[in-house]
Design a protein around this ligand. Structure first.
Ligand code: ADP
Length: 317
């Protein structure tokens, strides 16, 4: 087996036309490896193709073309072992409300054919901090508890790979941190984690590698720290004492300035390459043009800016 926990080659998914809906090219030839042992982030805006990709890995959606190997097992030729090697945490919370957390895990273990002696429902409930709720009805659990139970449910057959589809969509900050911690714990116990998210901060905090997809194609796939290093731009927001009398772009007379946008008649946001100039130089240009500066704030570009930059390049290409 190669070092990859998951190998995806030329993956294509075309959804057939529905009434009033044209054919949808959800994945248009995506190739990527998920390295063994890390936390891999699959990022992209809504409709990019993330869930389609995960559902193909989970065996819930049939691909149109390409190959997928999970833990070395081809999902077509060795479906059973591929399925046993992966645990999927879905986005939607669905439990039978009259089962207890313990029963939810036991039923799932039964579905995966895990022998009674090998079941680990108690240990899993402890791992997700739900042991004291083991006999409560699932319907009485809070949203956060239900999400943790879903993670335990995905782990009953002890898969080496855990995939989470938007694990923290719509949850509050506190719960988001709890879930990050839980995912980090599982990873440090050796589980390879793949998660989809459209929260860039989440990917930045949690993932050691990030792939970005947009319109069903791969935009980038690289270590998080390299992606963040690409955010070399710095952004300065300047409030002037009087209205700007020339178009904002005209201020970009200096070719080192990458972009100037007018926020309101007196406020300009200027993006510049921090390796090539300083905020002081940006302000000096404005002063030379005869503007008095009332207020200045600066910020570093973040993953969000990199994402916009990369997807704009993709559109231009
Ligand atoms: P993401 O998870 O990144 O939001 P999806 O994989 O859900 O993206 O969707 C990718 C594209 O495929 C979208 O344009 C979506 O509308 C379309 N799509 C998803 N599921 C279906 C389906 N069952 N039938 C038709 N089109 C679909």
């Amino acid at each position: 087996m190669s070092d990859a926990a998951i190998e995806i080659r030329d993956l294509v998914k075309t959804y057939a036309a529905q009434k009033n809906q044209p054919v949808k090219h959800a994945l248009q030839g995506v190739s990527l490896d998920v390295p063994n042992g890390g936390i891999f982030g699959l990022l992209g805006p809504n409709g990019a193709g993330k869930s389609t990709m995960i559902n193909i890995m989970a065996g819930l959606v049939n691909k149109t073309g390409g190959t997928v190997r999970i833990w070395g097992h081809d999902i077509d030729r060795d479906h059973r072992n591929a399925k046993l090697s992966i645990g999927i945490v879905p986005q939607e919370i669905v439990f039978d409300p009259f089962f207890t957390p313990f029963e939810v895990l036991e039923n799932q273990a039964g579905m995966y054919g895990v022998a009674r002696t090998l079941r680990r429902s108690e240990a899993l409930l402890r791992a997700v901090h739900l042991h004291d709720k083991r006999n409560a009805y699932a319907r009485s659990l809070s949203g956060g508890m239900k999400r943790r139970l879903l993670i335990a449910k995905a782990m009953v057959h002890a898969p080496p790979i855990l995939v989470l589809d938007e694990p923290t969509a719509g949850v509050d900050v506190e719960l988001r941190r709890q879930l990050w911690e839980l995912v980090g714990d599982l990873n440090s116990q050796g589980v390879t984690v793949v998660l989809t998210t459209h929260y860039l901060e989440e990917a930045e905090q949690l993932c050691d590698r990030i792939a970005i997809i947009n319109h069903g194609t791969l935009v980038t796939n690289q270590p998080t720290r390299e992606l963040i290093a690409m955010a070399r731009d710095k952004i300065v927001r300047v409030t002037l004492e009087r209205d700007l009398t020339v178009p904002a772009e005209a201020i970009m007379g200096d070719p080192l300035l990458t972009k100037a946008v007018l926020i309101d008649p007196r406020t300009l946001e200027i993006t510049y390459d921090r390796d090539r100039m300083s905020a002081g130089q940006v302000l000096a240009i404005l002063q030379r043009e005869g503007y008095t500066i009332q207020d200045v704030t600066t910020r570093e570009a973040d993953l969000e800016d990199v994402f916009v930059q990369l997807t704009m390049q993709q559109q231009a290409a």
